[in-house]
Design a protein around this ligand. Structure first.
Ligand SMILES: Nc1ncnc2c1ncn2[C@@H]1O[C@H](COP(=O)(O)OP(=O)(O)OP(=O)(O)O)[C@@H](O)[C@H]1O
Length: 360
């Protein structure tokens, strides 16, 4: 990538566990983060997200591979000499200091004059919507406000790159969703590169320019949220992001036939006569018959109302479990359908995504 802010090449880190085993937390990671890009590292617990972030900040030393920030090799530089700041989940504010002192702490350490400090603290607080809160103590603020203070503290040093390790996970759902949008707007306005860690797929989809999906210390796919969701590279990504109905089987022409005999039609090219997994997202099933659209026969096991939609869970005659999401506005298509009844779930073959290979 020409305009790279961070590049990792072959980043590998092995930890020795207390049980005497060695664990590859990072297994040859190659990734590029662009200038002004918001990239999210997403994956299940223990997949290596924090280790990757710390390899960039310098708190983890790689066994092999390179870390390059803004064109300069960082491997031998200690954390305090890297042009990076980190925002953590637990804010890590000093409780005995005021908000202003917390935000301006790094400038004080760097012996920046009081006048400049005061001005930069005020400006950093303005950025995060906490104008005039300099004299409060952290405990006099809500969780969301404390997180904003932590953000202001990280931004005051004007880093080119901000690393954020699950910064929103301690907030309740509503506040979290508001902060997601605010953070994204702020990042865009400031033009700083963000590397954001989360295990929450919805958060990753909402905020990111690109998402890197990790599993077992390896990158499974790096792409835009839309591409990751619509065209997952493998069954791990398909299952980890969003709900999925997966049909592993043999592709033949425009049909995939599973071992138990379910057939799924698709419109993909180039999947002739190979083992594949067909993916149908639950929102791509619909209950009203449409001419020319194939269907899967299902016995309904549960219908759950979640506000914006109804989530239907069912099983094919051969026992495969499936789910369908019907938007609340189309509730009429569900009619009087009840648990235990048969239902036909239609789909458009062009909404079927084929993944080479089978469920891992
Ligand atoms: N200092 C360490 N010593 C030994 N093993 C470690 C150390 N740090 C991390 N690990 C192991 O390395 C793997 C990756 O850990 P890491 O913290 O990067 O995962 P994560 O994806 O951030 O997980 P979580 O979402 O739970 O924070 C885990 O199996 C973890 O137990």
């Amino acid at each position: 990538m020409r305009n790279s802010m961070v590049r990792l090449e072959g980043a590998t880190k092995v930890f020795s566990t207390p049980e005497g085993e060695s664990l590859k937390a990072l297994d040859g990671i190659d990734i590029d983060v662009g200038r002004n890009e918001f990239i999210t590292l997403l994956g299940p617990s223990g997949c290596g997200k924090t280790t990757l972030l710390q390899a960039v900040s310098g708190f983890v030393e790689l066994d092999s591979g390179r870390v390059i920030i803004d064109g300069q090799e960082m491997n031998d530089r200690p954390p305090y000499r890297r042009p990076v700041n980190t925002v953590f989940q637990n804010y890590a504010l000093f409780p005995h200091m005021s908000v202003g002192e917390n935000v301006g702490y790094s400038l004080e350490v760097a012996r920046v004059s009081k006048a400049e400090r005061t001005e930069r603290v005020a400006s950093a607080l303005r950025m995060v919507g906490l104008e005039g809160m300099e004299n409060r103590r952290p405990r006099q603020l809500s969780g969301g406000q404390q997180q904003r203070v932590a953000l202001a503290r990280a931004l005051i040093a004007r880093p080119k790159l901000l690393l954020l390790d699950e910064p929103l996970s301690a907030l309740d759902k509503n506040l979290r969703e508001t902060m997601q949008l605010e953070l994204k707007t702020l990042q865009h306005e400031l033009g700083i590169s963000f590397v954001f860690v989360t295990h929450d797929q919805q958060e990753a989809l909402t905020m990111s320019d690109r998402i890197a999906v990790l599993s077992n210390g390896r990158i499974q796919q790096v792409d835009t949220p839309r591409a990751i969701y619509d065209h997952p590279a493998n069954t791990f990504v398909a299952s980890f992001i969003g709900a999925s109905n997966l049909f592993e089987g043999q592709a033949n022409g425009d049909v995939v036939t599973t071992a138990e005999g379910t057939t799924i039609r698709h419109a993909s090219e180039g999947a002739k006569n190979s083992r594949v997994t067909a993916l149908i997202r639950p929102e791509h099933f619909f209950l009203d018959a449409t001419e020319g659209c194939p269907a899967v026969d299902v016995v309904v096991e549960q219908i759950v109302f979640v506000g914006s939609s109804f989530e239907l869970f069912g099983r094919t005659e051969q026992g495969r479990r499936l789910s369908a999401h019907v938007p609340a506005a189309r509730r009429a298509t569900i009619g009087a359908l009840q648990q235990g009844q048969k239902s036909r779930w239609y789909y458009d073959p062009s909404a079927v995504h084929l993944i080479q290979g089978e469920v891992a």
